[in-house]
Design a protein around this ligand. Structure first.
Ligand SMILES: [Zn+2]
Length: 511
């Protein structure tokens, strides 16, 4: 049982930008502004000019319902927009169109891996709103001499997902965020790689004290760091006999500290009232049809992978952490051994992609299949396979070309076996020592085999072959029970091997 020593309570408000929609939420401005100059995707509506009127984007409402359903929320019968009144330069209208009473959906949950097993994090609500513009500062926000404003982002559709304060550590908060990105990523409504696609406000209190709200954290790592910092800061305030005040704080990503911005507003400070320019929406009939379009979500897919392909849960979890990766794996697993495919996609390819900050789209399925096929046919070593994958990512080409170019000649299994036998024959004492329980004696034999195969053999494979010959007394490891063992004399040393091995050694003229 996790006893939460600091009495930490964390609730998160996550803003998901629906950047895969073609147009903004209340106007026709197109959303693919990310490579364009500032203030080039704007119109009277998203600039908040007087007299302009918003028109709702139906696709945005559908996407919001989709997200609500995927988060196990109840989709409401009616939904309505409100004006949240405040002045800030990124909000030229002087109010933000958002939701207050009658959000699109509420009362859901997400399961995450908690400090002590599975943790259910409640979803208070998921509602729609418009994104404000973007403020750009020189250096840090508190030292910058000026503020620049880019309204390209103004009016982008956002879903704000508000959690219950169920998380008890920064690590749990991080896992919740990962899970949320994972789920929403499956719905094809946003591209998580675009700048500002997911932004986090974090509420945190300790020891039942007042909560601080940390605003606009742009990365998940940042959220974890900000929360860690806040716990230490609030503990220090209490230790000095002070009181933690309810306030809004800013996270300075560069310095990894939070700074006080203003005392926290109450809801009534915003004077919410229904947006008179948008009619209330009756959405009760929409949910069933949208539910039909929901894809298989990460948790369900993870369980199916374990069942259908017989892979480890850890692998299934990693493979379903991103939709594209899950599809990649499944396509490969249909044409190769699923377990081997899981190992190579998860443990090797995923790591190599991460290292290069690439997604799985950077690697061709056919190449993964060729690599697996070459491995299965024992045509390349495992080290050779890793080398091929790295070269494909760095320089391109095809596995066949790389094999030729690098001279990754393949030390076939029987060559390794012959070399292993030779190594044993030439070093019978090491073989006998190993059989007598001196495990380290194996290393010198591995060294001999590596030398004989000029480094072309896979060291893991060599160990495996040597152990098979020396421990079980036979190789290849088939029909173990049926193979009789015999003791042979190599030089002055007695070594126990299988009869086929003994015969082979005789044929080779060693005994
Ligand atoms: Zn516009």
């Amino acid at each position: 049982m996790y006893d939460n020593p600091d009495g930490v309570m964390i609730g998160l408000e996550v803003h998901v930008q629906l950047n895969k929609l073609k147009t903004k939420v209340f106007c026709g401005c197109v959303t693919d502004y990310h490579n364009d100059p500032p203030n080039s995707h704007v119109c009277p509506v998203c600039l908040g000019l007087p007299g302009s009127m918003p028109v709702i984007n139906k696709k945005a409402v559908e996407a919001a319902i989709k997200i609500g359903l995927a988060l196990n929320c109840k989709v409401e019968e009616h939904t309505q927009f409100y004006r949240k009144n405040y002045y800030y330069p990124d909000l030229p209208k002087g109010f933000q169109i958002t939701q207050y009473d009658f959000p699109i959906s509420s009362g859901g949950y997400v399961m995450i891996e908690g400090e002590d097993g599975e943790l259910r994090v409640g979803i208070t609500r998921a509602h729609m709103e418009e994104d404000p513009g973007r403020l750009v500062h020189e250096g840090t926000i508190d030292k910058s001499k000026y503020t620049l404003i880019d309204y390209n982002r103004s009016g982008m559709a956002l879903i704000e997902i508000v959690s219950d304060p169920d998380m008890r550590s920064p690590k749990e908060a991080r896992r919740y965020l990962d899970k949320l990105r994972n789920i929403v990523g499956y719905l094809d409504v946003f591209d998580g790689n675009l700048e500002g696609a997911m932004r986090v406000d974090a509420n945190i209190s300790i020891m039942g004290g007042q909560r601080a709200e940390i605003k606009n954290i742009s990365s998940f790592k940042g959220a974890e760091r900000a929360l860690l910092f806040e716990i230490v800061r609030q503990k220090n305030v209490l230790r000095r006999g002070g009181v933690v005040v309810q306030e809004t704080r800013h996270f300075d990503e560069a310095r990894e500290i939070t700074l006080s911005m203003r005392t926290k507003e109450e809801a009534h400070d915003y004077r919410y009232f229904p947006e008179p320019d948008l009619v209330p929406l009756k959405i009760s009939g929409w949910a069933p049809a949208i539910k039909e379009t929901l894809p298989e979500l990460p948790d369900a897919r993870r369980m199916r992978f374990v069942e259908q392909y017989g892979i480890k849960d850890d692998h299934a979890k990693a493979l379903t952490s991103e939709l594209k990766l899950a599809i990649f794996y499944e396509d490969v697993a249909k044409k190769a051994d699923p377990k081997t495919a899981a190992v190579w996609v998860c443990d090797v390819l995923k790591g190599e992609l991460n290292y290069r900050d690439l997604t799985v789209e950077a690697f061709k399925k056919e190449h993964m299949l060729s690599v697996l096929e070459l491995l299965a046919g024992r045509k390349i070593t495992e080290d050779g396979a890793v080398d091929i994958i790295r070269t494909l990512l760095d320089k391109g080409g095809s596995p066949e070309e790389i094999i030729k170019e690098k001279g990754l000649v393949i030390v076939a299994g029987d060559i390794v076996e012959t070399a292993a036998l030779e190594a044993i024959v030439e070093n019978p004492q090491a073989a006998a020592d190993y059989q007598a329980g001196k495990v380290k004696a194996l290393n010198s034999l591995v060294g001999v085999v590596m030398k004989k195969t000029k480094g072309g053999a896979d060291a893991r494979k060599v160990r495996e072959v040597l152990i098979a010959i020396l421990s079980d007394g036979f190789y290849p490891p088939i029909e173990r029970e049926k193979i009789e063992k015999t003791i042979i004399k190599i030089g002055d040393v007695m070594v126990e091997v299988s009869k086929p091995i003994a015969n082979l050694l005789k044929k080779m003229g060693y005994v």
